[in-house]
Design a protein around this ligand. Structure first.
Ligand SMILES: O=C(O)CCC(=O)c1ccccc1C(=O)O
Ligand SMILES: [Mg+2]
Length: 369
C-alpha cells in the first residue's frame, strides 16, 4: 500500500469527571488524532496518548506533533508499505518518542485491516469475541465518596477495581475498600509515587489480597522493583518502566514484575505490543491492557489488542460514557456485565462521528507526497 496523505488534528475534549493520579489531575484532555489515506482511498485512524504535560512520560502533544510533522509522516509517505510491521522498522533509527510512533503505526494497522477486509483484531491474530474489563478510579480524598464510586462501578458490572494511591492515601484506603467489598478483585496503582524506603508502607498492603500493585517505584526503574518484589507477597505489575520487548525481558528476568500492563502508545505501537504479549505468553507472565483516558479511536485499538490470548486479566478500557458526554466514534464503546463485545466491522470496527470530531477539533494539518 502507498500512503498518500497524513491528516493530523489537535483535539480538545472535556472529561465528565476530573481524574486524579499521584502526578496530577486531568479534566481538559488535549490530544492528537491522525488519519492516513492510501492510493485506493482507504482510510485508517490512530490516536496519540501523549498528554498536554510531561507527567506520565516525557512525551507531550507538542513533541508528538513535532515528531509526526518533521520525521514520521515523511517516512511513511516515502514508499510502499507491505505490512504494518514494517512501520516500526522504518522508525527504528529514531530514538524513543514511542507515543508519536504509535500514533502513525496504529493508523496504518487500521488502514491495512480495512484494505484486506479484516477486523483489526483479526489482523493482529486475536480471537476473543468479547473482552473482560475493569475500571481505574482516581484519587478522591473523600473516603465516603470513593466508596460510593466503587460501589457504583461494581454494580455496573466492572470485573475489577483499580484505585490510584499515593503516600498518605494508601493503606487506610485499601483497608476500607477491602472491608466494604471483601470479594472484589482489587488492585492499586501508585504511578511511581514511592521509593524503596517506603517498604514498610507497601508491605502493609499485603494484608488486603490485592491482585497486584502497579508501578510503585520510579518510572525508569527495574532494579529497585526487583528488590521490592522479593519482600512483597503482592505481585508487582510494571506500567511506566516498560517501553519495549527488551525492557519486558529484562524486568521479567530480574524478577521486577510478575504481570505486565501493556499500553500501545508507551511501547511504540501494536507491533511491539504484540511482541511483548507473545514473550509474556511464553514466560507465563499474564498481561492486561492499560488505558490513557483515550477517545474512542485509541479505545478501539485497545479493544482489538486485548483479543490476543494472554490478555487474561481485565484491562482499564472502560466504556466511552465513563469519560465522555459524547465520543468521536459511532457506536460508542459500551460495557455490558463487565464485557465489551469486539466489533465485527473491518479495521478498528467503529465509525467516525464526524460532527463530534469536528466540534472537538482545535487545529488541523495535512501532509502529502
Ligand atoms: O481509564 C483509563 O484509561 C486508565 C486510567 C489510568 O489508570 C491512567 C490514566 C492516566 C495516566 C496513567 C494511567 C495509568 O494507568 O497509570
Ligand atoms: Mg498505571
Amino acid at each position: 500500500m502507498q500512503i498518500k496523505e497524513v491528516n493530523v488534528r489537535k483535539m480538545k475534549m472535556t472529561m465528565k469527571h476530573p481524574f486524579t493520579t499521584s502526578f496530577g489531575t486531568f479534566q481538559e484532555k488535549d490530544f492528537l488524532l491522525l488519519e492516513v489515506k492510501d492510493e485506493l482511498g482507504n482510510s485508517g485512524w490512530g490516536e496519540s496518548v501523549a498528554f498536554h504535560s510531561p507527567w506520565y512520560s516525557e512525551e507531550t502533544v507538542e513533541t508528538n506533533l513535532h515528531m509526526i510533522r518533521d520525521f514520521l509522516a515523511p517516512l511513511v509517505l516515502e514508499g510502499e508499505i507491505g505490512h504494518p510491521d514494517e512501520v516500526s522498522e522504518r522508525f527504528a533509527n529514531l530514538r524513543k518518542n514511542n507515543m508519536a510512533k504509535s500514533t502513525v503505526e496504529g493508523a496504518i494497522w487500521d488502514l491495512y485491516a480495512k484494505r484486506n477486509g479484516m477486523t483489526l483484531a483479526e489482523a493482529l491474530g486475536g480471537k476473543s469475541e468479547r473482552i473482560e474489563v475493569g475500571i481505574s478510579i482516581g484519587i478522591n480524598e473523600n473516603m465516603d465518596a470513593l466508596v460510593e464510586t466503587v460501589r457504583g462501578f461494581i454494580e455496573e458490572g466492572y470485573k475489577r477495581i483499580k484505585v490510584k494511591i499515593k503516600p498518605g492515601f494508601d493503606v487506610e484506603v485499601m483497608r476500607e475498600l477491602r472491608k466494604q467489598f471483601p470479594d472484589m478483585p482489587m488492585m492499586a496503582d501508585a504511578n511511581s509515587a514511592y521509593r524503596l524506603e517506603d517498604l514498610g508502607v507497601l508491605k502493609q498492603l499485603d494484608e488486603f489480597g490485592l491482585m497486584m500493585i502497579e508501578q510503585p517505584l520510579a518510572s525508569d526503574d527495574i532494579i529497585d522493583h526487583a528488590k521490592l518484589q522479593s519482600e512483597l507477597k503482592t505481585p508487582i505489575c510494571l506500567d511506566e518502566s516498560i517501553h519495549s520487548l527488551e525492557d519486558a525481558r529484562k524486568a521479567v528476568e530480574l524478577g521486577s514484575t510478575k504481570i505486565i500492563n501493556i499500553k500501545i502508545g508507551r511501547v511504540g505501537g501494536l507491533t511491539e505490543a504484540k511482541k511483548i504479549h507473545d514473550y509474556c505468553l511464553a514466560q507465563d507472565i499474564p498481561v492486561w491492557c492499560g488505558g490513557m483516558l483515550e477517545s474512542g479511536i485509541g479505545r478501539a485499538h485497545n479493544v482489538a489488542l486485548t483479543t490476543l490470548p494472554n490478555f487474561v486479566m481485565p484491562g482499564d478500557t472502560a466504556g466511552s460514557s465513563r469519560y465522555w458526554e459524547e465520543d468521536v466514534i459511532t457506536p460508542e464503546v459500551t460495557v455490558e456485565d463487565g464485557f465489551i463485545t469486539v466489533p465485527t466491522e473491518h479495521g478498528i470496527g467503529y465509525g467516525i462521528n464526524q460532527e463530534a470530531l469536528d466540534r472537538f477539533t482545535v487545529e488541523k494539518w495535512q501532509f502529502k507526497n
